[in-house]
Design a protein around this ligand. Structure first.
Ligand code: ASP
Length: 347
C-alpha cells in the first residue's frame, strides 16, 4: 500500500480549485432551490418596543410614516428596475439611516460615554456572502460599508478603528461622531442616566424610535437581508448587539428565507433568532410562519423584547413581534403598506 497516497498529502489537491468548486456547488444548489416567481416583495422595520398611542403625537406619527414609505419606495425602485434583493435592502436601509426618526445612522442613540457606536450587516441569500461591522464612529451610512465588506473576499466582520479606516479607503462618506447627534436622543440619554446610570435601554422603551432593517426577494427569486443600528441607549462603550451578527440579527438563505431583527440584542444573540428561522424550516420541516413565530417566542422566553421581519423563498412574508408595537412596512408589485400597531397607517 502506498502510505503516501492514503495518509500523506494529496498532491492533486489544489486549495484554490477546491474552493472554486465548493463555491459553484453552493451557487448551483441555491439556484435549484430558487423560487420561480417573477414578483418582488420588500419588508422593512424601524424598530420594535413600547410605542404607545398616547405618546406619539400626530406630527411624529406622520413624519415616521412618511420616512417608512420613503424607504419602501427607495427599495422598490431597485426591485422594479430588475435590481438585486441585496441592492434593494441596502437602498431601503440607507434611507432609514438618513432619517433622524430612527436609531441608525443620523439619530443613533448615545452610548454611556456620550459617543455613538454604529453597527450594520447584510447577507445575500444566493451566495451566502455577508458583511458586518460594529463600533464604527464615523461611517455616515454603515449599511453601505457592510455591503463593501460583503463584496470583498477576505473578510466578513470588521470593527472599530479598523472599519472606519477601511471605509475611508473605499471612499465612503465619513463624518465626525457628533454628526449623529440629535437633541431628541441627547435628552433620551440624559433621562436614561437619571433613571439608572448603569443600565441600558431598548431605545423605543418609552423612547419611541428604533433600529432599522429590510428583507427582500427580487424578480429572480433571490433573497437578502440587512440591518443597521446605533444599539441600545446608554450601552457600555464597545458593546456589540445582534444587529452586527450574522445569524442573530440578520440572515438570508435562498433555500429558506431572509430575516432582519429588532429588540434587546443580548436575547437575540443567545437565541440566534435570525438563522434559527431558516434552520427550523430546513432541518425541522417547520412551515415559514410558524418557524418565525417560534423563533420570536424563544427569545421572549429569555425575557427578550422585539420583533422580526421575514420573507420566504416563495415571496410570503411575516412580521411578528412580542413588544407593544413595531414600525414596519411592506411593498409588493400590487400594494404598499406601513404599520405601527395592528392596522395599516394612512399613507
Ligand atoms: N437589536 C438592537 C441592539 O441590541 C437594538 C434594537 O433593535 O433597537 O443593539
Amino acid at each position: 500500500m502506498d502510505l503516501r497516497t492514503s495518509h500523506g498529502p494529496d498532491r492533486s489537491y489544489n486549495p484554490k480549485v477546491f474552493l472554486r468548486e465548493q463555491k459553484n456547488k453552493i451557487i448551483k444548489e441555491h439556484q435549484y432551490h430558487m423560487s420561480t416567481t417573477s414578483k418582488y416583495t420588500l419588508c422593512i422595520h424601524g424598530g420594535a418596543g413600547v410605542i404607545t398611542k398616547e405618546e406619539l403625537s400626530d406630527a411624529e406619527r406622520a413624519s415616521i410614516v412618511n420616512d417608512l414609505n420613503a424607504s419602501l419606495i427607495a427599495g422598490e425602485e431597485v426591485l422594479k428596475s430588475g435590481g438585486s434583493a441585496t441592492d434593494a435592502v441596502c437602498a431601503a436601509v440607507t434611507a432609514l439611516e438618513n432619517s433622524p426618526n430612527f436609531n441608525a445612522g443620523k439619530g443613533s442613540v448615545y452610548a454611556r460615554s456620550g459617543k455613538h457606536y454604529l453597527e450594520a450587516s447584510v447577507m445575500d441569500g444566493k451566495t451566502l456572502k455577508a458583511g458586518a461591522l460594529a463600533n464604527s464612529q464615523t461611517i455616515k451610512n454603515p449599511v453601505k460599508m457592510a455591503k463593501v465588506l460583503m463584496d470583498r473576499d477576505d473578510i466578513v466582520f470588521l470593527s472599530g478603528e479598523g472599519v472606519d479606516a477601511m471605509a475611508k479607503d473605499h471612499g465612503m462618506e465619513i463624518v465626525d461622531n457628533t454628526w449623529f447627534d440629535t437633541p431628541f436622543r441627547k435628552e433620551q440619554w440624559k433621562m436614561a442616566k437619571k433613571m439608572a446610570g448603569d443600565q441600558t435601554f431598548l431605545d423605543h422603551t418609552n423612547f419611541k424610535k428604533g433600529t432599522v432593517g429590510a428583507v427582500a426577494i427580487d424578480s429572480e427569486g433571490n433573497l437578502a437581508a440587512a440591518t443597521s443600528t446605533g444599539g441600545m441607549t446608554n450601552k457600555i462603550d464597545g458593546r456589540i448587539g445582534d444587529t452586527a451578527m450574522i445569524g442573530c440579527g440578520t440572515y438570508a438563505n435562498n433555500k429558506t428565507c431572509a430575516v432582519s431583527c429588532t429588540g434587546i440584542g443580548e436575547m437575540f444573540i443567545r437565541a440566534t433568532v435570525a438563522s434559527r428561522v431558516s434552520d427550523m424550516m430546513e432541518y425541522g420541516n417547520i412551515s415559514f410562519k410558524l418557524a418565525a413565530q417560534r423563533s420570536i417566542d424563544e427569545q421572549a422566553a429569555l425575557e427578550g423584547d422585539g420583533g422580526i421581519i421575514a420573507i420566504d423563498r416563495n415571496g410570503d412574508f411575516t412580521m411578528p413581534y412580542n413588544s407593544e408595537g413595531m414600525y414596519r412596512g411592506v411593498v409588493t408589485q400590487d400594494d404598499r403598506k406601513v404599520y405601527i400597531w395592528d392596522t395599516p397607517e394612512n399613507n
